[in-house]
Design a protein around this ligand. Structure first.
Ligand code: FO1
Length: 316
């Protein structure tokens, strides 16, 4: 069974570990958000591509949720000794090697897809991991500083890491999306999949930028009969991240129903957590799709595998 998954960071990473236990990794294609990518100290950092790679390559840090296990931050600490302001984005010493390699390859003319393939090979990742686009697509947050009332136009990482999501969000934009094209293999993977999975990732800043690449949303909608999504919202709150702050800013209700509505044109079925069992009937009636209720809180790979199997059955 060929599976294509749309993915962001931590929720997707956990889910994908279960997915490659349920189907052979070679049958899995993962299309990953690049809206979080940032040029930092001249290096190209791709947080969600690296997150998916580290989770699938068994190099992830489950507690921190991002970056590599056994990581140290000596280079970032040394940078902070020069200037604390320069060190707001914590680049781990091992992680740094990935950014150095990626930046060097990009500078010598490789595409992001080509570099991603090489990074995945180094971590022994069997699934095919594709950036949603090889072009520049950046998530920007329009916000207001609550202290000064000043309007801010922030890179996603400035909003989330540097300013710790303390600003009032007014809107979310995907700069460059209109001029971007799907990376090689993206549309084919959607067209040829037996099941398309929308991972339990933030619908605004993880899945949103993937669907914003021209042609991708239409390609997924054309396969809606086999599209199944997993809610990243459990009991009215995200398990990780900042979806509760960003969803209201774009008019989405922070609930398993709110995320389903955002994907209304895409879904053939929808998977929600036991905690939201009470919403199953109304979501099903409203969207006209079957709703599967199961344990979606992926404490370990065994739960993630059971969730992946339930998701695949719903979509097939
Ligand atoms: N998240 C943080 O909360 N603080 C950091 O300093 C930080 C650094 C960082 C460096 C590389 C990387 O790949 C991810 C990093 N993250 C950090 C995670 C990242 O900000 C987000 O969680 C993702 O972009 C959302 O998926």
């Amino acid at each position: 069974m060929k599976v294509t998954a749309l993915a962001g960071g931590i929720g997707a990473g956990k889910f994908l570990r279960g997915l490659v236990r349920a189907v052979p990794a070679e049958d899995v294609t993962v299309i990953v958000n690049v809206g979080d990518d940032i040029l930092m100290h001249g290096l190209h950092v791709s947080p969600d591509l690296d997150s998916v790679t580290y989770w699938l390559g068994d190099a992830f840090d489950r507690e921190r949720g991002w970056g590599r296990r056994g990581e140290t931050f000596r280079a970032t600490q040394e940078l902070a000794a020069f200037d604390p302001e320069a060190a707001w984005f914590g680049l781990g010493d091992l992680d740094l090697a990935t950014h150095l390699f990626r930046s060097r390859e990009l500078a010598s003319g490789a595409t992001l897809s080509q570099v991603t393939e090489r990074v995945c090979a180094r971590f022994g990742v069997g699934a095919r991991v594709l950036p949603a686009t090889d072009d520049l697509l950046t998530t920007r947050i329009d916000a207001v500083d609550p202290a000064s009332g000043l309007a801010l136009d922030l890179h996603f990482q400035e909003y989330w890491v540097r300013r710790r999501a303390t600003d009032d969000v007014k809107g979310v934009r995907f700069a460059g999306a209109d001029a971007a094209g799907p990376a090689p293999g993206v549309l084919e993977a959607i067209r040829e999949a037996d099941v398309v999975v929308i991972c339990p990732s933030n619908p605004v800043v993880s899945v949103g930028p993937v669907l914003a690449v021209p042609g991708v949303r239409a390609a997924v909608a054309a396969r809606s009969a086999v599209v199944t999504g997993v809610s990243p919202i459990v009991g009215g709150a995200p398990l990780a991240g900042m979806a509760d702050k960003l969803m209201p800013a774009v008019g989405m209700e922070v609930s398993a129903a709110g995320v389903a509505r955002a994907y209304a044109d895409l879904l053939g079925s929808w998977v929600i957590d036991e905690a939201d069992r009470g919403l199953a009937r109304s979501i099903g009636d409203e969207l006209g799709v079957p709703v599967v209720v199961t344990d979606t809180v992926m404490r370990d790979d065994v739960v993630a595998e059971a969730l992946a199997r339930a998701t695949l059955s719903a979509g097939n």
